[in-house]
Design a protein around this ligand. Sequence first.
Ligand SMILES: [Zn+2]
Length: 292
Amino acid sequence: MAKYVPDITTNRWVIIAEGRTKRPTDTKLSGAQNINKICVFCPGLERIPGEELYRLGGGSPYERGWRVRVIKNKYPITDFHEVIIHSPQDKVDIPELELTQIELIIAAYRHRFIANSKMGHVMIFNNVGEAAGASIRHPHSQVVVVPRQITIDTLPLEPVVNVVRESRDFTVFCPDFSQWPFEVWIAPKTKGKYFGEIKDGEIEGLAFLLKETLNRLLFHLSGGAHLHPGMPMIPFKAGPAYNFYIHHGQNWYLRIIPRLVHRAGFELGTGIQVNIVDPADAAETLRQEIGG
Ligand SMILES: [Zn+2]
């Protein structure tokens, strides 16, 4: 059971979720620490990890045949915490998956957003790499519902500037108010919508841009010529580390945050984030084509 503790003067909250210390981890691959030899998100073990809530693809609940599967998180942050397993494939994630599979993942996001909306604020997010907080390697996203009476410290949709690219329905851009180096936002051109209102045609467009944008980040942030020499950043050489989340409120957006830096004392003490890369420069880098 999650415990919500307020700070009365600032209306901020912490969630005390002691049960999460018991959750398994398999991202530490160094010998003895790798306690999870089998992956419970892989096909064939559907009965182990938790109550099945939803699936896309075929097969009966708790059987094989699914293409995307949603289960209850056994180690929840809040009372409603779900895991969306991206595909039956253990090591293939969005940058490499086929577009039709990514469309299914986003369709599952929409389904769970709508299904959980009456319970509170629906946070959908994806953690990739240990530095981004991932503990199970098999690619998955999470859905956490925060009760409405809990204030969420979140950003509204920022003005569209520093455009990386655009499609019929979406713009990919690096906001002037970027708190992290190379953070990228994908926002629908139609304003005023909640994510749950996304249409099938828009899901196709978002799947394409999400995959494409992640691949731009992976390419440009892997330590190549575009990371300036001497920059105090951790490139993706040893593997990518990033988060993305979908804004829960009106005027939704999808925000991708590469985890290239650690937060330090000044930022922790002031709440002011220091971004060492100008978002205009980040956009210029990301506009450059992938290849060669
Ligand atoms: Zn697996």
